[in-house]
Write a protein that binds this ligand. Structure first.
Ligand SMILES: CCCCC/C=C/C(=O)SCCNC(=O)CCNC(=O)[C@H](O)C(C)(C)COP(=O)(O)OP(=O)(O)OC[C@H]1O[C@@H](n2cnc3c(N)ncnc32)[C@H](O)[C@@H]1OP(=O)(O)O
Length: 359
């Protein structure tokens, strides 16, 4: 479900309470989304050259094209929520030693040689993502976006990269029951994926083994994906009674074409590392024996490149897609919220938990 009018009104009030000025670019974006959400697509005449400020505002509004009022309202609410969170986070440029450590040791964050590494560290459970790990990854990405490192890496400990969402997350029912669980999981999913969409520095996945579910879908939001030849890429959403997330319903068809994407996202076809590379999801595959050595040597060299140039180049490559990606993320999260309450999904999870099925 997209943000309600009430969520939107709250966000409009929240903007006035921001502790830090978000800067002109963001204010312009807020203005454009507000106009789109309240009046719909821009159909007023373009101001003349002399009204420079009005023309800039008109351009920003007009750039939203035919984005629906509902999607604009959602994007506005998401943007305000990110601004509120970052204005409450610790001071920028916090050196690595002062970085707030994750709540649990299932995530290890280190910073060295210009590279911040976020390592999934739950090898006995194939690095399945607990609710706390999603929160810790969000915090780690927010910190990495402001630290002094040039590049950020996500990788895993042990033989797996990540087995996706921890299916036991679904067994911790809150007081509000299944509906409340689905609502809060959808909100967490949206915040989690938004952090990848907005991440401002080069983001690299070092895929050290098989990858499942959300750890595969978000790869479309990374800048570079290096994989060992032992890796595989599996999105068994239909098997689980679920639907795609991580913006993969948009990025996968773009990356590999709609029929290859459908084989993965509808039928759960598992790709080898070589296949994923041939289809553009993976940048390069390395022999497992030399994977770590070769990849880290390369990343260390890249991390010495001028960081501002890399950030700006990433902005040019990614920025025009951001509004679209936020809208896709909102829609996918809302569809999943319904799916998680379906019998198909409940049966599939019960089946995994009772060990009847292995994907
Ligand atoms: C809030 C945001 C939601 C975002 C929505 C995300 C969706 C997804 O990510 S969908 C994908 C979910 N993942 C799966 O369906 C994978 C389930 N796991 C498996 O099929 C298998 O465990 C395997 C293929 C990943 C590995 O098989 P195998 O090598 O035989 O190893 P084990 O099954 O013995 O696993 C060891 C240990 O780890 C536990 N485990 C592995 N993955 C998960 C998981 N995703 N969730 C919970 N637990 C997992 C497994 O149960 C074993 O535990 P023990 O039996 O206690 O040793």
């Amino acid at each position: 479900m997209l943000a309600s009018q009430k969520d939107f009104n709250n966000a409009v009030s929240q903007v006035k309470l921001l502790k830090e000025d978000p800067g002109n670019e963001v204010k312009l974006k807020l203005y454009a989304l507000y106009k789109q959400a309240t009046e719909g697509p821009c159909n007023v005449p373009k101001p003349g050259m002399l009204g420079f400020i009005n023309k800039t505002k008109w351009d920003a509004w007009n750039a939203l094209g035919s984005l629906s009022k509902e999607a604009a309202r959602q994007n506005y609410v998401d943007l305000v929520s990110r601004l509120s969170a970052s204005s409450e986070s610790p001071s920028p440029e916090a050196p690595a030693a002062d970085r707030k450590q994750p709540e649990s040791d299932s995530l290890v964050v280190t910073s060295e040689d210009g590279i911040t590494t976020i390592r999934l560290n739950r090898p006995a459970k194939k690095n399945a993502l607990t609710t706390q790990m999603y929160r810790d990854i969000i915090a780690a990405l927010q910190a990495a976006s402001k630290d002094e490192s040039a590049i950020t890496v996500l990788t895993g400990s042990g033989d797996y990269y990540c087995s996706g969402n921890d299916l036991t997350n679904f067994t911790h029912l809150p007081a509000g029951g299944l509906e409340e669980m689905a609502r809060s999981a959808a909100a967490l999913l949206r915040d989690f994926v938004n952090c990848f969409i907005d991440f401002p520095k080069p983001l690299v996945a070092v895929v050290n083994g098989p990858a499942v579910g959300i750890s595969v879908t978000i790869l479309g939001l990374f800048d570079v994906v290096y994989a060992t030849d032992r890796a595989s890429f599996h999105t068994p959403f239909s098997h689980l009674g679920q639907s795609p997330e991580g913006c993969s319903s948009y990025t996968f068809p773009k990356i590999m074409g709609s029929s290859k994407a459908a084989e993965m996202l509808l039928f759960g076809k598992k790709l080898t590392a070589q296949e994923a590379c041939a289809q553009g999801l993976v940048t390069e595959v390395f022999p497992d024996g030399t994977f770590q050595k070769e990849v880290w040597a390369r990343l260390k060299a890249y991390s010495k490149l001028p960081p501002n140039a890399m950030r700006i180049s990433k902005q040019i490559i990614r920025n025009r897609e951001k509004e679209k990606l936020h809208a896709v993320n909102a829609e996918e999260s809302s569809v999943l919220r319904e799916r998680w309450q379906s019998d198909e999904c409940m049966n599939a999870i019960a089946s995994f938990l009772s060990r009847k099925v292995k994907l």
